[in-house]
Design a protein around this ligand. Structure first.
Ligand SMILES: [Zn+2]
Length: 506
């Protein structure tokens, strides 16, 4: 069965992971967990991009050998993913033989077909971005300098003239435009499609895909003076990784490549053109998410304001961090990361709406019913749990559309309904006059919470595990579906018990 195959970009190991990397990877993990828990086989690939002169320079600066430097920084990514409960199926490093040998094979195929050819490159190169620029891309400024056109960079460009292999990108202008037109779900979110269309309509130039001055790279097969351009090498990971794991036919084409908007063009133009040249089907979609500012300011090296995810999780826990990232800004937009906003959401939505609700319900079941699952399903009687179960398709539709924010909004509406229900039914009064009716109210609340526990698992796996344990239901191998909850499946874990608050107030 074809797996739902999703990828993060390969992270460049010139620096330590920060909130931007965490954002992409958490989003991918949430999607992967959601589809896994819906019974769909999933393959989530992430990894590190380790070639290029920027890595050579950074290693020299750190006083380490290049390989040693790449090992250390690649490990930092894996450690952070494990800290953030990211469950990936494969982690690829571009320095692994399984990747390098396949990249060389692809390169050789392109030379053979004529889609790669040797020429002479004259132009400009930004070492910082590992990006080639033409004269027209980077006209001289008033002081006669040519600066990197990337507004985030603006570093002086190197003039380069060297023998180089080129990829015949120009040939793919029409096929790409046709593909975009015939597959409106390819460029996502839709508001980003226009910039790509305009760019491709403006004409595509063949692009250099090898360098002679960079030693830290994959040698061009049969021409070892050249190494393969780092972007060309890295993009291929999406096919080399599943090929090497024997999972290629289960995975390809990818369902979605999730990337940051700064690398969208590589993924929306260069990459599909490379796939067309290699005769491989194109991924279903390429989704570009937005950027975080931090406390209202752009994140930059000079400001030194990159958010270290571990500092946030130390204070608020991993789940609150994951929740905030996906709740605070709609996926695809830009947003601001501020500790104040995080604390507000933590206290209002996690500690109060959810945590307090769970404590209250458990407390009442414990003291009124000795922790036993209360009540019984009265056929045909309206209940919140049944209402929630009917929202399953809506939730799935939001996840299908990468609308994490909307999915959480829907879950929190349900949490709000449970809170209102308690306040309206006042079980603490009701229990004095009508114990049977109290049981029914608590029964509905418990089942509603069991459904919520399953729904939040992709977003907050630790919290979901605690809720499942406290509410007397199993979570593994997958959380119970709303239908299983309604059917009363619990696998006999038994009593509902009080526990410390899920989210202590800050
Ligand atoms: Zn640059």
């Amino acid at each position: 069965m074809k797996k739902y195959y999703l990828t993060t970009p390969l992270y460049y190991v010139n620096a330590q992971p920060h909130i931007g990397h965490a954002y992409t990877t958490v989003a991918a993990d949430v999607l992967a967990r959601f589809w896994r828990s819906s019974g769909r086989p999933v393959h989530l690939l992430t990894g590190t991009d380790e070639h290029g002169s920027k890595i050579e320079d950074a290693a020299a600066e750190a006083g380490l050998g290049v390989k040693e430097f790449a090992d250390r920084n690649s490990a930092a990514f894996r450690e952070l993913w494990s800290h953030l409960d990211i469950r990936y199926d494969d982690f690829i490093r571009t320095t692994e033989p399984r990747h390098e040998s396949r990249v060389q094979e692809c390169f050789a195929r392109l030379i053979e077909s004529g889609d790669a050819y040797k020429g002479r490159y004259r132009g400009y190169y930004c070492v910082s971005d590992e990006t080639y620029w033409t004269e027209t891309d980077a006209p001289p400024d008033e002081k006669g300098r040519r600066l990197c056109p990337n507004p985030e960079c603006r570093k002086p460009l190197q003039q380069v003239e060297e023998e180089s292999y080129f990829f015949r990108l120009s040939k793919f202008q029409e096929p790409l435009l046709r593909h975009y037109k015939e597959n409106p779900g390819f460029l996502l979110p839709a508001q980003r499609a226009n910039e790509i269309l305009r760019f491709v309509e403006g004409g595509l130039q063949d692009t250099a895909i090898s360098r002679t001055k960079v030693k830290w790279g994959i040698p061009v097969p049969g021409d070892p003076e050249h190494t393969i351009y780092v972007w060309f090498d890295a993009l291929l990971n999406y096919v080399t990784a599943p090929q090497s794991g024997g999972a290629f036919t289960d995975c390809w084409p990818a369902d979605v490549h999730i990337v940051g908007k700064e690398i969208y063009r590589f993924h929306a133009v260069t990459w599909p053109a490379m796939l067309l040249a290699l005769g491989l089907p194109l991924p279903k979609s390429v989704f570009a998410h937005g950027w975080w500012t931090v406390e209202g300011q752009k994140m930059s090296k000079s400001r030194g304001n990159f958010v270290d995810p571990r500092e946030v999780t130390r204070e608020y826990g991993v789940d609150a961090f994951r929740y905030f990232l996906l709740r605070e800004m709609p996926f695809g937009n830009d947003g601001d990361f501020s500790l104040d906003a995080l604390r507000k959401r933590y206290n209002a939505e996690l500690a109060n709406d959810l945590g307090n609700l769970v404590s209250r319900v458990e407390q009442m079941v414990d003291s009124y019913l000795g922790g036993a699952m209360p009540g019984r399903d009265q056929d045909g009687a309206p209940s919140l749990a049944k209402e929630f179960a009917a929202k399953g398709p809506q939730l799935a539709a939001r996840m299908e559309a990468f609308d994490f924010c909307g999915a959480l909004g829907l879950i929190w509406e349900c949490i709000g309904r449970l809170n209102t229900h308690i306040n309206e039914k006042t079980p603490w009064k009701l229990v004095k006059t009508d114990p049977e009716a109290t049981r029914e109210v608590l029964f509905d609340l418990v089942r509603g919470l069991r459904i919520v526990a399953g729904w939040i698992e992709p977003f907050m796996p630790q919290t979901a595990a605690k809720m499942h344990a406290q509410l007397g239901v199993r979570q593994f191998p997958a959380p119970l579906s709303p239908e299983q909850v309604l059917a009363g499946e619990t696998t006999g874990l038994g009593k509902i018990h009080k526990a410390p608050p899920l989210f202590p107030r800050k």
